[in-house]
Design a protein around this ligand. Structure first.
Ligand SMILES: [Zn+2]
Length: 155
């Protein structure tokens, strides 16, 4: 199986599936790094990173404008979709807009919980300034503006 993983997928997994060729884009890796996620470095060897070809990216963008998903998709999201198209791969994502556009384009996708990855882990973001924790991703702490770091939830 060939998979393309987006940021939401990587964010909610502790381990990568071993029985698949796993791809992602350089943009996803830098998003993980921006969240101080040390797993990005750890996974570097298991993840194949590749940029989509620009024709596919243009085509994906056009389709996103048509479906209206464009306003909810980042450049990185569009690249993930385009790469999956290039590789004939299945997208692993929990992002609803990516799923929606994938369905529209006939690109296969799966939510993280549906691929038999049992050891799901809840990651939280802890603020390095005020110490508050956040369930959702933010570029920085919404309260004090300090950088956030990932930490495992104890739940
Ligand atoms: Zn804070």
């Amino acid at each position: 199986m060939r998979l393309v993983l987006d940021t939401s997928a990587l964010f909610s997994m502790r381990d990568l599936p071993l029985d698949a060729e796993i791809y992602t884009t350089p943009g996803v890796i830098s998003e993980l790094e921006r969240y101080g996620d040390s797993r990005a470095r750890y996974w570097e060897h298991a993840l194949r990173t590749s940029d989509p070809v620009s024709d596919s990216l243009r085509m994906i963008k056009k389709a996103a404008e048509k479906t209206g998903d464009i306003s909810r998709l980042s450049q990185t999201d569009l690249e993930v979709l385009a790469l999956a198209k290039d590789l004939g791969a299945t997208i692993l994502t929990d992002d609803y807009s990516i799923q929606n556009l994938a369905r529209y384009l006939g690109i296969e996708y799966k939510a993280v919980g549906l691929v038999g990855i049992k050891r799901l882990v809840k990651w939280k973001l802890r603020c390095t300034g005020c110490g508050r924790t956040w369930e959702e991703r933010h570029p920085e702490c919404p309260v004090c503006g300090s950088p956030l770091r990932t930490s495992r939830s104890r739940k």
